[in-house]
Ligand binder design. Sequence first.
Ligand code: SAM
Length: 263
Amino acid sequence: MSAPLDGHFARKRFGQNFLVDGNIIRKIVAAIAARPGEAVVEIGPGLGALTEPLLEACGHLHVVEIDRDLIARLKLAHTPEELTIHEGDALRFDFTSLPTDLKVVGNLPYNISTPLLFHLADCAERVREMTFMLQKEVVDRMVAAPDTEAYGRLGVMLQYRFHMARLFDVPPGAFRPSPKVTSAIVRMQPKKPEELDCQDAQLLGRVVTAAFGQRRKTLRNTLREFLGDEDFAALAIDPRARGETLALSDFVRVANFCAERGV
Ligand code: SAM
């Protein structure tokens, strides 16, 4: 077990790697750019590395934290007027209970990052912007372009809902205890309703999951449930190609084509 930080022993099961590098903390807080009166929620405030400067910037903060010891510390350090503490698992937290036009931020625990991103994508219309620190490889997948190794279901589904920007990397030495991997900051801005051109987002999810389910197989095989040979021709998509060659707009065309035919 590593040495305690500020009297707290980091818990691995909660993915606790606390930010200690003042320059990185300033850079992240500047990227979030919280303004007085804005609704901001921080997922996993931990020992408060981001919480304190964010509170200074916007005056009030919602936080969602699972670790009871850390919650007790937060309660001692802050009044309910400045910090609204939601105790429990962010994966089960109802983000729609918070004000709209919300900024969501967090140095996310690596073990829950992918399910949490999908959970948050479901309430994207209430969100103004999300800024997260994640494992670099996860950010690579989130922003990946077609025909790259990192391109897959996570990137396509998130890029459908959000404009994504990779901001900067954060080295392991910025944390205590130091993780084994490099992290990166990503910003996600929900697209406007008129930019969401898919008739059935659930169907899009099914098509994308099938296309990337067996990466070595051709689209003719993976999309068998959705498209016949003549459908590929009508869509001008090569059935011998693989899922990673399709752009987001191609996946949307396939899903809309299937929706129109009641697939
Ligand atoms: N924000 C702090 C920082 O940057 O130093 C702590 C970041 S630490 C990587 C992740 C934080 O998320 C910890 O405080 C941990 O207890 C909390 N956490 C882990 N799993 C969680 C979950 N399922 N729901 C809410 N918080 C969680």
